[in-house]
Design a protein around this ligand. Structure first.
Ligand SMILES: [Zn+2]
Length: 238
């Protein structure tokens, strides 16, 4: 992946997201279909779209850890994802989550766990064949200066790019330290499925100000609204 990074800035951003997206920060637990939301029977679909929301990490894999508060990324990912699911369901989107509690999809430990956990997420998405996949993460990097929310997409998917840009536009308008540029990412969750997929890195848990904001319920609501409005704009739902 690194040899593709031609510019220092790009390198820094990719390195930052790698630290959580590629699973360098921990690892999970048993996969039970009904517990992951595949059998969720909330309001019936009325707008004809299915979206998989994938809260990153879970179980023994906490993801990134808050710089000041030691908050677990996996907990924030789940909270944001559940709030987003509620909003999307309220407008008639069928939402299925890869996990709805702290458990990961796989069991075991170490690299085998992470590999299995990612594989189970892929298999779930392949069964559902959603209109899009939204993976929710919080970023982290050794340089504590980095801030802001960033959406990643796979360079081979034009639809994914458009979804990412629609959400990134909302981040830029509503969140601190976020610009208008969605980024190409070379990540398993973006490449593992034919469904358009994006990764929303909602802020840096390694930055004190971002961490403070990410723990604030009103800021969490802002993040959710950004993703929600970005998705609706892309789907042309008003
Ligand atoms: Zn992560």
């Amino acid at each position: 992946m690194m040899k593709k990074c031609y510019k220092l800035f790009f390198y820094i951003i990719i390195a930052a997201v790698c630290s959580c997206t590629l699973g360098l920060c921990g690892y999970g637990k048993s996969f039970v279909a009904f517990a992951t939301g595949e059998n969720q029977t909330d309001s019936p679909p009325s707008v004809g779209y299915t979206i998989v929301i994938d809260p990153g990490h879970g179980g023994i894999d906490p993801g990134s850890i808050g710089y000041k508060t030691k908050t677990r990324e996996s907990d924030l990912n789940l909270k944001i994802s559940l709030m987003l699911a509620d909003k999307l369901r309220a407008v008639g989107v069928r939402v299925i989550m890869t996990r709805t509690d702290d458990n990961a999809l796989a069991e075991g430990t170490g690299k085998e766990f992470k590999k299995k956990d990612m594989q189970l997420r892929k298999e779930m998405i392949d069964r559902i064949r959603p209109n899009m996949v939204i993976s929710v993460h919080m970023n982290s990097y050794t340089n504590h200066i980095l801030r802001g929310a960033k959406v990643f997409y796979d360079k081979t998917s034009e639809i994914s790019r458009k979804i990412a840009e629609s959400i990134q536009s909302q981040f830029a308008q509503n969140l601190e330290a976020s610009n208008n540029v969605a980024s190409v990412g070379d990540y398993y969750m973006l490449k593992c499925t034919q469904s358009p997929s994006i990764i929303a890195e909602c802020g840096f848990l390694s930055n004190a100000r971002d961490e403070q904001l990410l723990l604030d319920p009103s800021y969490q609501e802002k993040i959710v609204n950004c993703i929600f409005v970005g998705v609706l704009n892309f789907l042309n739902i008003n």
